[in-house]
Ligand binder design. Sequence first.
Ligand SMILES: [Zn+2]
Length: 283
Amino acid sequence: MPELPEVETVRRGLEDRLKLFQVEDIEVLSERTISSEGGGDVFIQNIKGLVLGSWSRRGKYLICYLQSLDNCEHAGWLVVHLRMTGQFKWLNSARIPCSHTRVRFWNRKGNEIRFIDTRNFGQMWWISPDHLPKEKINGLMKLGPEPFSNEFNPVYLKNSLRHRKRSIKASLLDQSIVAGAGNIYADESLFEAGIIPTKESRNLNEIEITRLCKSLTRVLKISIGKGGTTFKDFRDLEGINGHYGGQAWVYGRGNKSCKKCGSTIIKNKISGRGTHWCPNCQK
Ligand SMILES: [Zn+2]
C-alpha cells in the first residue's frame, strides 16, 4: 500500500509532469473509481476543458487545484486516493490501455496521463469550487495533523493517546491521530524510539512520546528524501519501499537478527497488520 512518502513522491511527479496540463478529453473505464456525486458523467463534464494546476497532499490524498483555461479562475478540485495499487502513468503518444486502466486524461497534444489500478480500490472525486475537498470527503474530514506540521508535536500526541488502551502500533496507524503514517513507518519509528508496538498507548511516558514524535518525522523525511519508491518497484515489492526496505531496522526482517543487538526480530499481527520489533531494543 502506498504510504505517505510514496504518495508524496507521486505528488511531486504529477506536479512536474502535468504543468498546465489542459484536459482535452477524459475516459472513465471503471465507474467504481469515480466516488463523487453523479459518477463518471459528471466527473468528465466538469473537468473537461480545465487546466490541472498545483498538486497538494493531505495524508494519502492527492489534491489537484483545477482552473479554467481562459482566466485561470478556480474551477474545483480533482482528488485522488491510490488505495492499494493505484498508480499514474505518463504516455507521450497513443497506446492501447491494459485491462487495469481505470481513467484516462488527454491533452490537446495527445499526451495521456493514465490511472492504472490492479485491485481497483483507488478513488477519484471532482469537487466543485463551492466546497473544500474535506467538506465532501469523509476520510479527509477525519484526518489528524500532518506529521510535518506544527500541530503534530509531543503535547498533541500525549493528549491524543491519554485515554487509549489500544496498542501504540494501532494508534500510529489511526489516520485521525496522525495522517499518512502507515505500517512500514510505524514499525520503524517505534524501533527508533525503543518502544514495543504492543504497549498500551496511554502508558507511554513523556520521554517516549517525545522520542516517537521525532523518530516518526525523521523516518518519513528520510524516505521522502530517497524518493519514496518508484511505483513500479512498489508494486513488485508488495509495499516495501524499494530504497527504504534495504535500510529498515525491523520492517520485513522477521526472524532475522536485530542490526543493533543481534536478538531475533519478532513478526506478529497487531490490529491485523504484520508488525515487526526487537524484543530487546524495544520495551
Ligand atoms: Zn535489538
